[in-house]
Design a binder for this molecule. Sequence first.
Ligand code: B12
Length: 189
Amino acid sequence: MQPKNLSNREPEFKNMEKDTIILGVIGADCHSVGNKILELFFTAEGFKVVNLGVMVSQQEFINAAIETNAKAILVSSLYGHGEIDCQGFRDLCLEKGLDRILLYVGGNLVVGKTPFEIVEEKFKKMGFDRVFPPDVDLKKAAELLRQDIKERFGSNSTGPRNDGQAGQPEKSTPEAGARSTEDRDPKAE
Ligand code: B12
């Protein structure tokens, strides 16, 4: 399913270098529909999307971000265990050298009907830069992402690392199997 009015945005981004973002659904969560929509949406918005799909570990997100020199990781959680799955994510990013990576999270982040402001505060305390409810206006999220990338990395940014190692893989071989939507072989799916 192709969301409306997306394909005609492509020419706007033709001559711009695309910022890479990592997408995935964290933990043991297998809800895949929103993930696919996010992939299509952010690709149409001009980002280079590396979608890790469902059931992604923190380490896999981080490996993919290092491999692709990504500027942001967009985490989804739908099944109610987001708080547990996301615990320590920012610390692990820092430990692995991703000092500046933007961390976004969205979906049904906790069990039941907790007011969103409380959920937002919880995830911000964990180190997420932005927290989104399931009914977020994706256009606004994309706008915020562009703005945050510009603020954090500037116009001549080279990526999330600030130690001259941008784009260098970790010593341990990344296992994320990171693929961009542009590199994919559709027959393999
Ligand atoms: C379909 C479905 C399933 C299917 C999933 C099939 C599949 N291949 O995806 C199946 C049957 C497998 C399933 C299983 C379960 N489910 Co279910 N499922 C749903 C259901 C009905 C629809 C989900 C969906 O596709 N929505 C449509 C998409 C487009 O929306 P979305 O996923 O919310 O994603 C959007 C936004 O959240 C947002 N977004 C998401 N992430 C991010 C990140 C960022 C950065 C941004 C900006 C935005 C963003 O943008 C997305 C695109 O618009 C929901 C109820 C609902 N109405 O949402 C329950 C629901 C998500 N499931 C729920 C539960 C509890 C489960 C189970 C635990 C049930 C069980 N006891 O087994 C299991 C978990 C299994 C697992 N390991 O993950 C609960 C979660 C409750 C909670 N969080 O408190 C829900 C909300 C139902 C409910 N009301 O109780 N489920």
